[in-house]
Write a protein that binds this ligand. Structure first.
Ligand code: DGY
Length: 335
């Protein structure tokens, strides 16, 4: 008899879902809005696996609704802050995610945000579209250079390194702050205070954890140059959005490029950051290319199929059964 697997979407890019349906009975959340834990719980009884996306909340109650058959929670995302990993570990459930396959694509988008925010592409394009480009004037649409600037990467894992490689093509000096990553030939390791003070662009590449929540808040924004740009493709909760809004409005920060927000999705309740002329905002599209999203689904499906066939998962998260956890307090420290 085939095992049952719950997916939080009826459609996913690529052929992964087809492969999963060949090997398991797939039950999919049929709604069009973001499913809450109770919506998923109503479908979960007796499933052996769950395939969820990066911002579908998966808590202990949902795991209990599935019952003891649940062996694997597979995220089609690199981020994993939406899953209660302690609850999963207590229940012996493997939690997996999709590292590597999205690093280059997300780094492309971090660079696109950097270019767009510093060169004010959105504002210039909107001015053209509104018919306001009546005269070529030397002082219109002035931005700040990217080439030759200093880039500070907070978090220097796969995506941070991929951004650093791109930065070298632009002749940038690259710094990083990450307790796990020493200097390499792309970037110099510095403390957070130095990174904030010296960078023209600060780009965030840490996961959202208790240690990184509001890592960028009033104090950190005040420590940045007034000509600096903050870029985030990690998770909204890493930035204190209220503090960022004030810093940009008061001219204490040149600009920001944000793909992620504290509240996602926004629907019609837009964050005030969306209307800020010096802030470029996107609806969490860091990994959104056809090839990368298909690769994420494929890896998420492979992880489920492996665990259900009693093989080790390909990309389990630290702390999953049989996988060492990250020591408490080891994430990026405050200055
Ligand atoms: C990720 O992989 O974490 C992306 O942000 C999509 O959820």
């Amino acid at each position: 008899m085939k095992k049952r697997v719950l997916t939080t979407r009826e459609k996913l890019p690529g052929r992964g879902l087809e492969r999963l349906s060949g090997a398991a009975d797939v039950v999919a959340w049929p709604g069009t809005g973001k499913p809450g834990p109770a919506d998923l719980a109503a479908l979960a009884s007796g499933v052996s696996g769950m395939l969820a996306l990066g911002n579908d909340p998966v808590d202990g109650a949902l795991m209990d609704a599935a019952g003891p058959s649940l062996r694997v929670i597979s995220l089609a995302s690199m981020g994993f802050d939406n899953v209660d990993r302690a609850a999963a570990a207590e229940r012996g459930i493997v939690v997996t995610h999709t590292p590597r396959v999205l690093a280059e694509t997300t780094a492309d988008l971090a660079f696109a945000l950097t270019l767009s925010a510093r060169r004010r592409l959105g504002a210039a394009g909107a001015s053209l579209a509104s018919g306001s480009w009546g005269l070529f004037r030397m002082h219109d649409y002035l931005g700040l250079d990217i080439h030759g600037a200093t880039l500070g990467l907070i978090g220097y894992g796969q995506i941070g390194r991929a951004v650093a490689r791109r930065a070298h093509g632009f002749g940038m000096r690259v710094l990083h702050h990450d307790p796990y990553a020493p200097d390499d030939d792309l970037s110099s390791s510095v403390d957070l205070t130095t990174l904030l003070a010296e960078s023209d662009i600060v780009s965030l590449h840490v996961p959202l954890t208790e240690e990184t929540r509001h890592l960028i808040s009033v104090h950190e924004l005040a420590a940045m140059k007034p000509t600096a740009t903050l870029v985030s493709t990690s998770r909204g909760g890493v930035v204190d959005e209220e503090a960022l809004l004030h810093a940009v409005r008061e001219g204490r920060l040149h600009s920001a490029g944000l793909d992620v927000f504290e509240r996602e999705p926004m629907g019609t309740q837009l964050s005030p950051l969306v209307a800020e002329p010096h802030v470029v905002t996107l609806p969490h599209i860091g990994s959104a290319t056809e090839a990368t999203r298909a690769a994420m689904v494929d890896l998420a499906v492979d992880n489920i199929l492996d665990v259900l066939a009693e093989r080790p998962a390909r990309t389990p998260l630290p702390g999953s059964p049989g996988v060492p956890g990250i020591p408490a307090g080891a994430a990026v420290a405050r200055p």
